[in-house]
Design a protein around this ligand. Structure first.
Ligand SMILES: [Zn+2]
Length: 370
């Protein structure tokens, strides 16, 4: 490992604490190589980006549980694990940023309210200026969370995970694909090259898979219910399809094996983790049978794997449609508190010295697709 230059020595930990080092992403050559420094430890908290103040107006009886976001923030605030300064509203993603993942014409049509009736139906939300603002903020929150994760090790978008959004259309309550937008924005800024998407929402991340089909720098992993939406699945770099009613033990067993493979194949400098609450047994749209504890163990497994390998992780909430909305909020809440536990005060980054190179064949081509 090579000690990098001390790039941003003016930063100090908030709230005191010992500073063990100030190594950052290399700043020479405008951080083009963007290797992750070592010996950087700061006292920090997991920062939470929220967008629930940008309300998307929905007709009465709409099945999307929009209020879960505000409830989640309130619950986290009440937990006492976070203070005021840990909650932040993100900037809206710009059109230029959105176009890293989307066709310019689609971004323009969404923004101007020029989507066709069929396109709006496919998204599942009525169009409104607030819907556009909300969608831009949500993508902005994932961008901000990724940036923050690179700085501190872990950060959270208290919404996001809109993984059904494709390059030129939205679907399944997803307008813009925040995950791909964020990964590509950071790459364009020279902050990193390789990102791994760990998508554990119960529905396949078909939009993410399709946008990234030819993107060697973003490794897409999706573990989902085989019989869930979307009916026609896209092809991720690595898909695991689970039968209905899969419970905690087999789920966690497969996940443990899969994570090893993801980190080995992707060699990520950043993980974006979609911690969907909808594998829960009482979810209206999921078909799996995970318990509260099973979902918490899932989160712990993913986050501990990132921490163990010193790979920064940005978390988004993704789906959650439990019959009792309180259950969904509890699951999301526990995800965030688990992150807070696993990334409590100090984060040391590893140095990824291997130069970037395409990751080679896809898992499915090696006959290892599960
Ligand atoms: Zn879902």
């Amino acid at each position: 490992m090579t000690r990098r230059a001390l790039c941003w020595p003016t930063e100090r930990p908030e709230g005191g604490g010992e500073v063990l080092g100030y190594t950052r992403y290399t700043c020479s050559h405008q951080r083009r190589s963007a290797r992750i420094g070592l010996l950087h430890s700061l006292v920090v908290l997991v920062k939470l980006f929220y967008t629930d103040v940008f309300v998307l107006p929905l007709p009465a009886g709409h099945r999307f549980p929009m209020e879960k976001y505000a409830r989640l923030r309130a619950r986290l605030y009440a937990s006492g694990a976070f203070c005021d300064g840990d909650f932040e509203t993100p900037a809206a993603a710009t059109s230029e940023q959105l176009c890293r993942a989307h066709d310019a014409a689609y971004v323009a049509r969404v923004s101007a309210g020029e989507l066709s009736a069929a396109e709006i139906r496919r998204i599942g939300f009525p169009w409104s200026p607030e819907m556009v603002e909300r969608s831009r903020r949500s993508a902005g929150a994932t961008i901000a969370a990724c940036r923050e994760a690179l700085r501190t090790g872990c950060s959270v978008n208290l919404a996001g995970g809109t993984h059904h959004a494709h390059a030129a259309h939205g679907e399944g309550f997803c307008v813009f694909n925040d995950t791909v937008v964020a990964a590509r924005v950071l790459r364009a800024e020279g902050l990193l090259q390789r990102t791994a998407v760990i998508d554990l929402d119960v529905h396949q991340g078909n939009g993410t898979a399709s946008i990234c089909a030819d993107d060697e720098a973003i490794f897409t992993f999706s573990m989902h219910g085989a019989r869930n939406f979307p009916v026609r699945k896209a092809r991720s770099d690595f898909d695991i399809e689970l039968p209905d009613a899969t419970g905690d033990a087999p789920y966690l067993q497969q996940l443990a094996v899969a994570l090893e493979r993801v980190f080995t194949l992707a060699r990520p400098e950043l993980v974006i983790y979609l911690a969907g609450a909808d594998p829960y047994h009482d979810d209206r749209l999921g078909r799996l049978a995970l318990s509260f504890d099973g979902l918490a163990a899932r989160d712990e497994m993913v986050l501990a794997a990132c921490r163990q390998r010193t790979v920064p992780v940005a978390i988004s909430m993704a789906g959650g449609y439990a019959r009792d909305i309180d259950d969904t909020v509890s699951i999301h809440c526990r995800t965030v508190l688990t992150a807070r536990q696993i990334f409590p005060v100090k984060v040391a980054y590893a140095t990824h010295e291997a130069p970037f190179s395409p990751r080679g064949r896809r898992v499915g081509e090696e006959g290892q697709r599960s």
